[in-house]
Design a protein around this ligand. Structure first.
Ligand SMILES: [Zn+2]
Length: 194
C-alpha cells in the first residue's frame, strides 16, 4: 500500500511536500462526525492541516535562512516532519527547532486576541480559534519538553550556546585588554629608552 503521496514542491523552501494516507482518513472522520455541518468539517480539517504544515514550514524557513538544505516535508494526520541537511552548529539546531514553535505562536496569537475581544457566537471562527489558538498553545508547551523526539530536545541548546558565546566574548575582551595594556607598557618603555 502506498503510504505517502507527493503533493508538489513548495517554492518558498525548494522542497517537495508529502501527504500521509492518514490525512485522508482524518478527512473522512471529520466529514462523518460533522455530516450536518460540512462547512465546519472543512474548516476543522483545514485548521488541523494549517497547524501541522505551518509548524514544519517554520522549521524549513529557518533552515533556508541558515543555508541548511530542506530535503522534504512530510505531513500526516497527527504530526509532520521537516527533513533537512545537517546544521553547522548546535546553535543552528536550536534555531531550527524554535522555527516551528515561532510559526505556531505567530498563528496562535491573532486567534487568541480575536477570541478575547469577540462578542457573540463564534460561527466558523470556532474551529480555528480552538485548533490554531488554544490547542496550538498546548502543543507548543508539550513540544518544548526536553524529551528526545520533541523540538524541546534541541530548542534548549540555545541557553547553553548563549552562555558559551558570552564566555567566549568575555575571554576575548580580556585577552584584547591585556594585549592593549602590554602595547601601552612597551611604547612607554620605548619612549623612556629614547
Ligand atoms: Zn517541530
Amino acid at each position: 500500500m502506498r503510504r505517502w503521496f507527493r503533493l508538489g514542491r513548495l517554492r518558498a523552501v525548494h522542497a517537495p511536500i508529502f501527504l500521509h494516507w492518514s490525512v485522508f482518513m482524518l478527512a473522512a472522520i471529520c466529514a462523518v462526525a460533522l455530516v450536518k455541518a460540512p462547512l465546519h468539517a472543512l474548516v476543522l480539517l483545514a485548521s488541523i492541516l494549517i497547524l501541522i504544515v505551518g509548524h514544519e514550514l517554520g522549521h524549513a524557513l529557518v533552515c533556508r535562512r541558515l543555508g541548511v538544505k530542506v530535503l522534504a516535508i512530510y505531513i500526516s494526520a497527527g504530526h509532520g516532519r521537516c527533513v533537512h541537511g545537517v546544521p553547522y552548529s548546535r546553535w543552528e539546531e536550536a534555531l531550527i527547532a524554535w522555527g516551528g514553535v515561532a510559526a505556531q505562536a505567530s498563528m496562535a496569537i491573532p486567534f487568541l486576541v480575536l477570541d478575547a475581544f469577540w462578542v457573540g457566537p463564534r460561527g466558523l471562527l470556532g474551529e480555528p480559534i480552538s485548533i490554531l489558538g488554544y490547542f496550538s498553545l498546548l502543543t507548543i508547551a508539550f513540544n518544548l519538553l526536553p524529551v528526545q523526539g520533541l523540538d524541546g530536545s534541541k530548542a534548549w541548546y540555545i541557553a547553553s550556546e548563549w552562555r558559551l558565546n558570552l564566555k567566549a566574548k568575555r575571554v576575548a575582551s580580556k585577552a584584547l585588554r591585556r594585549l592593549g595594556s602590554r602595547k601601552q607598557t612597551s611604547s612607554a618603555e620605548h619612549k623612556r629608552g629614547r
